[in-house]
Design a protein around this ligand. Structure first.
Ligand SMILES: *Cc1c(COP(=O)(O)O)cnc(C)c1O
Length: 425
């Protein structure tokens, strides 16, 4: 037995599924999850001493690679000053100033501890601000695990949402309406029926939790126009895209402004951090100024703020990081696509900048229904082939490959040659 196998064996007796977040359990692909001991740059090493080229990157936060020396140093320095006070700190002001300067649509921001919390809070603010209850979300978009967001689909877009998880009362999702990603007509249909009751439309500006599904030209602009027309708020869930597609996220990349934005992942540089923000008039609804209640004992934690501030500052001060990263993504996923075509396979490659994935289907993937046509058994085989060659992908068809500034073209060429050998085996 490997050390990972031993640990997993015990973990499943102590933790549900042996993991603290379901995707880590290798449930959809089989096999034993690798227990990681340490990581550096583009690599992580498991407890058996095997080193993998890492394309999870903590699901995004490691955009600069693992263990970045400046981030590490700022965390060490913050630790020495005490881990938490439960009182206001200068770092929170610095972080808020940074975010408001970087993201034009944000004038005021509140820090929380996860993406889930950011979304849950933003939705509450949207409801408080508009005095309306209904929320439109898109099938296949993930917005964390709060009750109202655990809806994939109602039975057809015209019905109220049916909970996607046990333990979520139907009452919690009855105001969640589902639309099809990249399908403005499905949104218009909902608005024509419920227009005056809809508080907000929440969307991943690039779908990155059903594999990678870019927005079609005009989709985000269309959502903006519909929300404005009906007085609903547009919420961009930029937990993955924020500070990744560019310093100002998907809203900068596509030039469409949201009313509220949620962040997580990159914003904490690997520490548990989330945030939500928007215009002042909206954010002034939040307690203690307004009457939308939201709080957090560890929110704005000084050690977490130190990590996040350092990472965001590096990203802001070095715009070439994004140029290079997006160029590298275009190059890598472009080569991948060509290689797959040349091999006579009909698989799809979707990507935006440094996010991308292969779908094992001959259909173009533009929404949840087409994403689901992917052959997940084939994905499992591909995943394990890559893992055997010390390349650690996200263990699910419906996760993105995250490229970081630490991945070199040489390493990516090696990945392409392993995928080629997979196709030719
Ligand atoms: C990961 C993710 C979340 C949830 O963030 P957590 O920090 O895991 O709670 C929300 N929205 C999107 C788009 C995500 O990718």
């Amino acid at each position: 037995m490997t050390k990972s196998e031993e640990l997993f064996h015990e973990a499943v007796t102590l933790i549900p599924g042996g993991v603290n977040s379901p995707v880590r359990a290798f449930g959809s692909i089989g096999g034993t999850p690798r227990f990681i001991d340490h990581a550096q740059g583009a690599y992580m090493t498991d407890v058996d001493g095997i080193t993998y080229l890492d394309f999870i990157g903590s699901w995004g936060p490691m955009i600069l690679g693992h263990n970045h020396p400046q981030i590490l140093k700022s965390v060490e320095e913050a630790c020495k000053k005490g881990l938490s006070y439960g009182a206001a700190t200068e770092k929170e002001v610095i972080m808020a100033r940074l975010i408001c300067e970087i993201v034009p649509s944000i004038e005021m921001v509140r820090m929380v501890n996860s993406g889930t919390e950011a979304v849950m809070s933003a939705v509450r603010v949207a409801r408080g601000y508009t005095g309306r209850n209904k929320i439109v979300k898109f099938m296949g978009c993930y917005h964390g695990h709060s009750d109202a967001m655990l809806v994939k689909a109602g039975s057809g877009v015209m019905t109220s949402g049916i909970p996607d998880s046990a333990g979520v009362p139907a009452g919690c999702t009855q105001d969640t309406l589902s639309a099809n990603y990249n399908d403005l007509d499905s949104v218009k249909e909902l608005f024509s029926k419920f227009g005056q009751e809809i508080a907000a439309v929440i969307v991943e500006p690039v779908g990155a939790n059903m594999g990678v599904v870019p927005p079609k030209p005009g989709f985000l602009e269309g959502l903006r126009a519909i929300c404005t027309k009906y007085g609903a708020l547009l919420i961009f869930d930029e937990v993955i895209t924020g500070f990744r597609l560019g310093i100002d996220g998907a809203q900068g990349y596509y030039g469409v402004q949201s009313d509220l934005t949620t962040f997580g992942k990159i914003i904490g540089a690997g520490m548990p951090v989330g945030a939500y923000g928007g215009r002042k008039e909206i954010m002034r609804q939040v307690s203690p100024v307004g009457n939308v209640y939201q709080a957090g004992t560890l929110s704005g934690n000084p050690v977490a703020m130190a990590a996040g501030i350092t990472q965001l500052t590096i990203l802001r001060d070095h715009p070439q990081i994004y140029r290079e990263l997006n160029e590298k993504g275009d190059w890598f996923f472009g080569k991948l696509k060509k290689m797959i075509e040349d091999a006579g396979k009909s698989w799809q490659v979707n990507h935006v900048g440094s996010l991308g994935c292969i779908f094992f289907t001959d259909q173009h993937v533009t929404d949840y229904a087409s994403a689901k046509t992917s052959d997940t058994v084939k994905f499992a085989e591909y995943f394990h082939y890559m893992l055997d060659h010390q390349i650690h992908l996200g263990p699910s068809q419906f996760e993105a490959m995250f490229l970081s500034a630490a991945h070199t073209k040489e390493e990516l060429k090696e990945v392409l040659s392993v995928i080629k050998s997979y196709m030719n085996r």
